[in-house]
Ligand binder design. Sequence first.
Ligand SMILES: [Zn+2]
Length: 298
Amino acid sequence: MRTESLRRELARRPLLCDGATGTQLQSMGLAPGACGELWNAAHPERVRELHRRYVAAGADLLTTNTFGGNAFVLGNHGAAARVRELNLAGARLARELAGDAAWVLGDIGPFGGMLEPLGDTLPEDAEKAFREQAAALLEGGADAILVETMSDPAELTLAVRAAKSTGAKIVIATYAFQKSAVGLRTMMGTTVADAVSAAVTAGADVVGANCGTELSLVDYEKLTAELVAAAKSTPVIVQPNAGSPILRDGKISYAESAAEFAAAAPRLLAAGARIVGGCCGSTPEHIAAMRAVVKRSA
Ligand SMILES: [Zn+2]
C-alpha cells in the first residue's frame, strides 16, 4: 500500500528527502569512525530523535540508520553476525517515527572494498551481503530501498539486483560524483551517463547522486542536468552535501547554510530533479528550509 502511494506521489510532485544521518549522529555523541548502526540497538532513543527532527522538518522520505549495515562493514566492528538485528531495528525505528507522515527508505551503502578483479571480493559474496541487508530492511518496514554513495557501477548493480530479488518494489540508486579534469566522474572514473545507464539497466526506479565532497550546490545544478539528460524517463534524485567539510579548531563544520540549501532547491527542481534532500553536513534546519520552497502540492 505505502509502496503504491510512494510511486503515485513521486509521479505527482517533487519529494523531499531527509538530510545527513552520520554527521547528525556525531553531533549526538557518535565518535568519528565508530559504528553508527550499533546505535539502533544501543541508543534507539537517539536514532528516534534524529528521525523525529526530520519528520518535524517536513521530510517526505526518512532514511534508515543502516548505511554501513552490511556484513563486510559491520564485520570491521566485530558485528558481522548482527546484520539482521541491526537492520531490522533500524527500519523499525524509522517506520515508527514516519507514521503516515513519511515513507521509509532502507539505506544500503557500499560494502567498503573492491570487487574482483580490482579487489579480492567475489561479486556473489557482495550480492549475498546486500541481499541479507535488504531482506532485514524490508522485513522491518522499509517502503523502498536506497542504494547510495556508490562509485562502482558493478557494485551498484549487485546491490540494486539484491534489493529487487529480495522483494523491494522501489529501488533508488545514487552515486557519489567528484570533479575531474574531464568532467564529473565517480571515484572509479565512471561518467554520469555510464553510471546512470548501469543503474537503469540494473532495475533502479529512481537514479541520481548524493554526497560528493568537493561539489558545491552550483556543481550540483550542472550534475542534475547531466543526470536528467542521461536518465530520460527515470526520475532523478539529488542529495548534495552541505558544502565541503571545514576543519576549524578540531571541529568539522560545513559551508552551505540552510538558506543556501533552500535557495538551491528550486534550481535543482528546475534542472529536472524529482527528489531533493541532503547528504553530509545537512541538518533538520536545512531540510526545513527546503520544505518551505518544495511544496507538497504539485
Ligand atoms: Zn555524504
